[in-house]
Design a protein around this ligand. Structure first.
Ligand SMILES: C[S@@+](CC[C@H](N)C(=O)[O-])C[C@H]1O[C@@H](n2cnc3c(N)ncnc32)[C@H](O)[C@@H]1O
Length: 198
């Protein structure tokens, strides 16, 4: 069993069952359409997006995370197309999604660069990426997230990883994160909304 399956093995939801607050603020401004949520975990964001009328596909490498996503969707009477896959190799069909969501989807910078290129290709014209992640400044806070700065993007890195998109919002901020037992407390994050031109 891998680290994430071990984290998700209990009945509780490690990051809670409520959506990420940055996603809520930004997604509600978007027209309803097809959404892909990468590294969805246990489903809190995908299920909330489906409850708001989006057509949601999600994946995560954790089998238990995918099972709990489907369980939460059933409990909330919504449909999420959730499956197990890996950010390293996941192929995103070009021009297929109106929104791609990446919330605390931490991976190494080399995998991230390739993924973000596929994310850009996978967006429809006018489509948007909504991303929040811990930055390296988070490490001393110890309130969640990886301990290796290579897994934690900065604004400068994101700017270079999404060259074809227009940044509507890109900033590093400190905020209180309250998401289950594993993400709780004062935190350093980067928040991004970037759109593919029409
Ligand atoms: C901090 S959790 C965030 C989960 C979810 N996005 C949320 O906000 O609740 C990180 C997630 O990334 C997933 N993950 C890590 N590496 C992955 C990979 N290579 N491919 C797909 N998922 C991965 C883990 O299984 C875990 O569910």
């Amino acid at each position: 069993m891998n680290m994430w399956d071990e984290r998700y093995a209990g009945n509780e939801y490690a990051y809670g069952t409520e959506p990420n607050s940055f996603l809520v603020e930004r997604a509600l401004k978007e027209p309803r359409g097809r959404v892909l949520s990468i590294a969805e975990g246990e489903g809190r964001n995908a299920v909330w997006l489906a409850s708001q009328g989006f057509d949601v596909t999600s994946f995560d490498q954790s089998t238990i995370g995918v099972t709990k996503t489907l369980k939460l969707a059933l409990h909330r009477s919504v449909v999420v197309h959730a499956f197990k896959d890996d950010m390293t190799t996941f192929e995103i069909e070009p021009n297929s999604y109106d929104m791609i969501v990446s919330i605390f989807a931490h991976t190494t910078s080399d995998i991230r660069r390739g993924l973000h290129q596929r994310v850009t290709n996978g967006l429809c014209r006018g489509g948007v990426v909504v991303l929040e992640a811990y930055t390296p400044n988070q490490i001393p806070f110890g309130t969640g997230g990886p301990k290796d700065p290579d897994l934690m993007p900065t604004t400068d890195e994101l700017r270079t990883e999404f060259p074809g998109l227009v940044f509507e919002h890109l900033e590093e901020v400190e905020r209180e994160v309250v998401e289950g037992t594993l993400h709780t407390g004062h935190a350093a994050v980067v928040q991004m909304v970037a759109r593919k031109p029409l």
